[in-house]
Design a protein around this ligand. Sequence first.
Ligand code: SF4
Length: 353
Amino acid sequence: MTSTETKHTPHSHREGYKVIQIHPTLNCNLKCLHCYSESAPGLRGQLEIGALNDFLSSAFDEGYNSIAVSGGDPFLYHDLDKLLKYTFSAGYYNTITTNGGLLKSVRNQELLQFVNLVAVSIDGYKEEHNFIRNNVAAFDHMLAALEVLRQHKTNFGLIHMLHNEPIEVLSWLCEFAIAEKAGLVHLHPVEIMGRASAIASKLELTEEMKHQFYILFQYYKQKYDGKLKMQIDLIHRDHILEFPQLAYQYNCTDICDTNYFRELIIDEKGNILPVTYGMPVEYALGNIQERISLTEMIKRFRQLKLSKLRELYTDVYSQIRDDEDHELINFPESVVNHARKIIKEDSNFEMAF
Ligand code: SF4
């Protein structure tokens, strides 16, 4: 079935989301110092909308029910309207992550009717935000975007990169979110990738800081229960050891194999990757330009690559088990880092289709 043929019956979202992250362009209005995808103004590549929507049609048939569009800034994707209209009518839950700087435009405001949730990125107090965003007006533009979202009655949340910053920022952020009528605060520890590598010493979180933020997160989650949803991309080592399925470490049957693909990523080149953005292309399920269904890609992946992905998870799980000094884990990031290390150290590593 192609993207233009049939309107789908929406999946129930009560069973949880199976998410496809889409990075349709690395073009961005900002050039942030910490950008892991190294997005910047003027980068030209754009995903081809026909191939993208056809792939999303087949992914819907595989049970995927949410897209998360980021970038670059998604509002610079020429075909964002065609993407959002298609997925919205198909029954996907549409989310967008943006720096907010492009929400003055009429075209972009009109697209909000096809978005279920907007995540606006914020890096802390005004001076810190502007420094990291590499733009003296970034904080004010972000504030203006929140006003636009309220006017359009669009659900929105704030996504904050946890980095080497005063822990008091968390209390401020929660109060700020409530005052601005955000429904969600999502905390994501900085990943030292892309441009962040150049200022790693300024950004990197110590173990002690991770613990402080994690404890404070639990406190504020309770405190603001009912007023603000909160999530953090860190898992305690004890949870992983007690519930290995959190780390995809299971006595794998066909059913739990699908956990490996609970979240898929389409990068700016159209590669379909497991785990998270930055996963080496050697582990890709395929590319949207192949024009084959996701079902076929998964079947092929199981035959040719799944054992390698399992090995990767097993290695990372064992490292976490044996390393008592690191208790708070960003599991997908650990998998990506380990995959990169394996490929770097093994010049014969090969896993093409
Ligand atoms: S972090 Fe986001 S806003 Fe900043 S350059 Fe990267 S994609 Fe653009």
